[in-house]
Design a protein around this ligand. Sequence first.
Ligand SMILES: [Cu+2]
Length: 380
Amino acid sequence: MNFLIIALIVLAVVTVAQILRVFELSGKINNQDINDVTDEDNDRQGKYLLAFSFVFVGSTIAMTIGWWDLLLPYASSVHGEKVDNLMAISMIMIGVVFLITQPVLFYFSYKYRGVNGRKATFYAHNTKLEFIWTVVPALALTVLISYGLYVWNGIMDPEDKDSIQVEVYAKQFDWTARYAGADNKLGRANVRMVGGINSLGVISTSAKDARIADIDADIAMMKQQIAESSNAIKNAKREKTIAGLVKSRKTVIALELQTTPADLKNAEDDIVVKELHLPVGKQVQLNFRSQDIIHSAYMPHFRVQMNCVPGAHTQFIFIPTQTTAEMKEQENNPDFEFILLCNKICGAAHYNMQMKVVVETEEEYNKWISEQQTLTASLN
Ligand SMILES: [Cu+2]
């Protein structure tokens, strides 16, 4: 099949070359050079250009109207409205400029299409004109960028309210959320504490005890295997594994020792879940971490996006304004769900790296959170 396709392409190229050759030869017979540009050629090309301008501008307008309903619904967050306004103003300015400049560009190309003997005017310089086309776009861009920075600063530096603290943890290829519990303070975490149920590596005394118990069980198992086996090569490997486990054990103990009693206490009531629940109208601070590579937490309906960087802490503060139930009604779609998805191509299953987000009333949220088990409880 591939061979046939290549053969077909080669044949097509040869055919075109042969046809051109025929034109050239027939031109020679009639004492014409086919490279000469005639007035008919110029006229035809000019009209093609005009026709293309209608297709180009027309299809741009048609696609904008036709795919309008693919745009996101109105923002479901307080700052989202400002982002949408910024976007709308930019798009209106771009649209107006596009609709003026493109038709003019094509029309003049058509109007002054080549005619044998016509000479182009040599117009080298006009200070006034250059001043206008420099100052007008500069002013427009200054206004847009200043407004953009103003909006951005307002979003990144929100009013200081008591935000609900939630951690959003990214790894290939899923999301996990951690709620701060009754104290609204997240405990510290470290990737070296990751193990068993403690998938986020939260540092607490009970997490340490559970991890040490796991490691001790592994060491005991390895030792037993060594005692029962006479395979020297396999046993040497097992000894190496034990050495690694002993090192991990030391690290886990050190991590707990280095954590302040207050931080250890903060971690005890943390709640780890696989679904993000947010109360409507309340300020939320999402704190992002990543276990492996850069991911990006994207919540399109709230106009929220933030990179999740291994070894770094990033955050985003916002206020949701609509519940999932309200959105189902507004969108006339009983299956509507808010969503958090990864917006950095992070590997083979990137497309499926998403988490459901539920926005509900404060009562519903309080009920939900009270039903969740703390990490400490699930470790015991
Ligand atoms: Cu990802």
